[in-house]
Write a protein that binds this ligand. Structure first.
Ligand SMILES: *Cc1c(COP(=O)(O)O)cnc(C)c1O
Length: 373
């Protein structure tokens, strides 16, 4: 049996009609950039999140960059971010001229920074934090928000992996000054190309971001400042709108799949299953186990036609791109330990029970047959 890590084709086949209708509408209306499909998506997404503004942009990396630029972050500033993440949540800091300051992940949930390591990293130069809700798991956002409010630090949430995750019923992206989303195809809500957005309740920030993403103008030829070209295109917006009515069900399906894995893998002594932070909804963009003999297990699963991945094989501060900052693995003991042991196993809404059983039995068999000893 083949089990892919994600199966975008299965999703497409279930909603093929809606997708094809939305694509042909955009083309017959020639609404390629901006226009009614983009307007419609931004209204629906803002409504779903209960926020005043949704600013559609070209991708979830630009959304972070645009936010930081429009919040006045630049040379001389420090921005705190987490050691274990996709590079966007660090590289965009450098792009503004500011310096990224990496902190370790928390030792229980392993998903993102905790408030203790965050607070330790604050200096008089700290202007903002990129709070990354990784894997679909909320970080300790309530505690981090209290510290940000006390110390006058801008709280930017990177929700690229955590659409619809929540704490106490309040969704990721609505705690800080703004939330940043990616709609990269494999994300929990994915377009058929690059797309992203910013959500915020701050009117002035929303207007600036919207302007900056569109060459510094809100109206044609009325450039109030220099900007960039980071617009969502109509095809992506229409595809996202077609998917929106399904996304809460897909999210519930991911959570159900995670529960099945928990039950099948929870008693295996050689692995640790992901822990969900109490009071939160984890939306399982990824299901990551920590395991003994990780690389051997990965190879064994590949032989059984089961795709797995590492998120991430190298933590950000140890990448060549950040050599100049002089960090070592000893600076990030939890993230480094996670890097050595993490393995992402297949999860997507359409995965069948047979596939889940097959993956779990293969993992259990690896350890039971002594291969993992
Ligand atoms: C995917 C991702 C991004 C970037 O999104 P793109 O749309 O690919 O630019 C940013 N941060 C995190 C944590 C991500 O996983």
């Amino acid at each position: 049996m083949h089990v892919p890590l994600v199966d975008l084709k299965a999703q497409y086949q279930n909603i093929q009609h809606e997708i094809e209708h939305s694509i042909s509408s955009v083309i017959s209306d020639t609404a390629f950039i901006g226009g009614k499909y983009v307007n419609q998506f931004e209204r629906s997404f803002a409504e779903l999140y209960g926020v005043k503004h949704c600013i559609p942009v070209a991708n979830g990396t630009d959304s972070l960059y645009i936010l930081m630029r429009m919040l006045g972050i630049g040379a001389g500033d420090e921005v705190i971010t987490v050691a274990n993440s996709w590079i966007s949540s660090a590289e965009t800091i450098g792009q503004t001229g500011a310096r990224p300051v990496f902190v370790d992940v928390d030792p229980v949930y392993f998903s993102s920074m905790d408030e203790v390591s965050f607070e330790k990293a604050i200096t008089p130069k700290t202007k903002a934090v990129i709070a990354v809700h990784l894997h679909g798991q909320m970080l300790q956002i309530d505690k981090i928000k209290v510290i940000c409010d006390e110390r006058n630090i801008l709280l930017i949430e990177d929700c690229a992996q955590s659409h619809f995750a929540s704490l106490g019923g309040k969704r990721a992206g609505t705690f800080g000054i703004a939330g940043s989303f990616s709609f990269y195809p494999g994300k929990n809500l994915g377009a058929y190309g690059d797309a992203g957005c910013i959500i915020t309740n701050d009117d002035a920030l929303a207007e600036k971001c919207r302007m900056y993403a569109n060459h510094g103008s809100l109206k044609k030829h009325d450039h109030r400042m220099e900007g960039i070209n980071s617009r969502m295109d109509g095809l992506q917006a229409a595809i996202l709108s077609a998917k929106l009515p399904h996304v809460l069900q897909w999210t519930a399906d991911r959570i159900r799949v995670a529960g099945t894995y928990d039950a099948l893998l929870g008693s295996e002594l050689h692995i640790t299953i992901p822990k969900v932070r109490p009071g939160t909804v984890h939306t399982f963009h990824l299901y990551i186990i920590q395991c003994e003999k990780r690389d051997q297990l990965k190879d064994y699963l590949a032989e059984k036609n089961i795709e797995t991945a590492l998120h991430y094989p190298t933590i950000l501060p140890l990448l060549p791109a950040y050599n100049h900052l002089g960090y070592t693995a000893a600076n990030f003991p939890n993230a480094y330990k996670y890097q050595q042991a993490c393995l992402s196993i297949p999860i997507y809404p359409e995965i069948t029970n047979e596939q889940i059983q097959y993956v779990a039995s293969a993992i259990n068999a690896f350890y039971a047959t002594g291969k993992g000893a």
